[in-house]
Write a protein that binds this ligand. Sequence first.
Ligand code: COA
Ligand code: MG
Length: 281
Amino acid sequence: MAHRPTRSVLYIPGSNTRALEKAQTLAADAIIFDLEDAVAPDEKSGARVMLAQVLAQADYGQRMKIVRVNGLDTEWGAADIAAFSGARIDALLIPKVSSAVDLDAVAALAPDVALWAMMETAQGMLNAGAIAAHPRLTGMVMGTNDLAKELGSRFRADRLPMQAGLGLCLLAAKAHGLTIVDGVFNAFKDEDGLRAECEQGRDMGFDGKTLIHPAQLAIANAAFAPSEAEITLAKTQIAAFEAAQAAGQGVAVVDGRIVENLHIVTAKATLTKAAAIAALQ
Ligand code: COA
Ligand code: MG
C-alpha cells in the first residue's frame, strides 16, 4: 500500500514556540508535536493550550501533523486527547502502547482521528501483531530510547540489542499495511552515525526516521528516498519485463539478475514513492 512520504518525522516540544514557528519552513515530511516526554510536568497544561492555538492558525503545508499526547494513565492524557481529537491533524500518537486494549480506550475518546502507536515497551513488542491489527491504527513509531531503558540494553552502533523489537514491529506493521518509522538517533551532531542508522532502518523496510533536530532532516530525507540509480534500475526492469512478456516470456534478465513479476511490483512501488516525494518539492 502506498503511504504519504514519512522519510523525516521531526519531534518538536509542544512548549517550544520558536521551534513550532520554525517548523513551518523546515523540510520535514511529518511533524510530531510532543506533549509527552519533551514537555516538563508544570508546562503540560500550558503547552496543550498553546499547541491547540498554533495548530488552528499556523500553516504547516504538506507536512503531516501528528500530536503525541500523554498516556491515559497520567493526569494529562484525557485532556490532551479531548483537545486534539477534533482538530485538523493527521494522527494522534499514543505513547507506550502495550496492548490493543490501550488503543480501545483512546479510540473511544477520539472517534474521528487516526491513531498512531509508540512502540517502546517489552509488552508492546510481544503484542505488536494485535496492536497493528487495531482497526483505528494507521502508523507505528519506534521508541527506541524507552525500549532500551526497559530492556537494560546498551547503545551499540549496530543496534544488535534492538533488532528483535524492531523486527517484530516491522513485521506487524507490514502485515497490516501500516506506516512504520524508526526511532531517534540521540547524538544529533554525529552526521555519519545518523546516516548509518538511517540506512540500516531503510534497508530493514522502515518508511522513515524520527528526528530531534533540524540538522538531521537532510540526511533522513536522502536515505529514505529512492536514489537516482534505484529509479533508473526500476525503469529498466519494467521495460525489460514488458519486452519479455511481449515475446511470450514470463521472466527477464537485467544486469545478470532475474526479473520476475514480483520484482516489477517492487519497481513500480519505487517509482510511485519517488513521484510522491517529487510532488512534495
Ligand atoms: N524542531 C524545530 N526546530 C528546532 C528543533 C526541533 N526539534 N530543535 C532545534 N530547533 C531549532 C532551534 O529553535 C534553533 O532555531 P534558531 O537558531 O532559528 O533560533 C535551531 O533549530 C538550532 O537549534 P540548536 O541551538 O542547535 O538546538 P538547541 O540546543 O536549541 O536544542 C534540543 C537541542 C535537542 C534540546 C532540541 O533540538 C529539541 O528539543 N529537540 C526535540 C526533542 C524532543 O522533542 N524529544 C522528544 C522525543 S525523543
Ligand atoms: Mg518514549
